[in-house]
Design a protein around this ligand. Sequence first.
Ligand SMILES: Cc1cc2nc3c(=O)[nH]c(=O)nc-3n(C[C@H](O)[C@H](O)[C@H](O)COP(=O)(O)O)c2cc1C
Length: 349
Amino acid sequence: MSSLFSEITIKNIKIKNRIVMPPMVCFGWAGDDGIVTEKHLKHYEARAKGGVGLIIVEATCIRKNGRNTNSQLGIWSDEHISGLKAIAERCHKYEAKVLVQINHGGFKTHKSVSEDIVAPSDYNDGTFSARMMTIEELHEIQNDYAKAAIKVKQAGMDGVELHGAHGFLISQFMSPVTNKRTDEYGGSIDNRMRFAAEIIEKVKGEVGNDFIIEYRMGGNEPSLENGITIAKRLESLGIDILHVSAGISDGSVPQVPEGFQYNWIVYSGTEIKKHVSIPVIVVNDIRTPERAAYLVENDMADFTAMGKGLLVDPEWAKKAKEGMNVTTCLKCSRCLWFTNGESCPRYAK
Ligand SMILES: Cc1cc2nc3c(=O)[nH]c(=O)nc-3n(C[C@H](O)[C@H](O)[C@H](O)COP(=O)(O)O)c2cc1C
């Protein structure tokens, strides 16, 4: 039986426990250049020192004009490599393994970032709007994901996480709610997956065998049934770890059976785990070490991610191991880290 503190080896990369820091943007910390700052270094180092097994660095943009904010980290230029290298070194010192989440906002690109926002198809929901990208643009963006993955490897990271969840570009292609294309990148599930599948193929062709390729997916894209199909295909495409979060809803969410003690996002992850043999990370409001341990011990997940828990308590993993109480998130209605982490009442500099 695995426990929260069992080691696991993926592609010869040993991860010391099953506690993951999921990607979380540190809003306002980077400048327009998207370069890692000293604050980022201290932030990730503190979680590595605090015992986390696997850290996934926040959404890092593959294109300057595809960012969600002007202060998002970037990976569109070689100038970004040394900052990421410093994060890898600070975390490796404490034997944490580190991946970088790479992303493009698609229609969620902020209007202050670009006046020409692109998406799989024309889009306008009153808040976000974008025009359909051409096939040439689509291929250029796919190539930028591959170039970004190479830079992540050059930075000495242990792998990359493709952000295929939360309604950003890859998720926009995957979901029939937002992908209305009529060419080979829209329509059937095979067509909607093509954008991601070709990126995975390109990334795999560039990074070699000693580098983890993780995929953060929506368990509901837009249904759990679709999520399971997508997960199985991602496994066959050679993805090493699946990280199950939320996708683009069609207005419904997967129904959690009575007695299941976690929310529908965790439920989606545990259902997907039943259908694949690669490791699965579950996430969302897991909160306590007991609840995290239960998921791993009962083979419902291979890893549990702790987001806001690790923002408020960098030593969450170490304390869990020693049976100490962890500091918990206060669940402010909108997490204050979305505007400025320093306004979080639990923030410790
Ligand atoms: C401040 C903040 C920033 C986030 N940024 C990202 C991100 O960059 N990429 C991503 O996939 N999810 C992001 N998330 C979502 C988290 O990774 C995680 O899925 C979410 O917080 C739920 O987990 P929790 O209940 O353990 O906090 C962010 C969440 C927060 C609170």
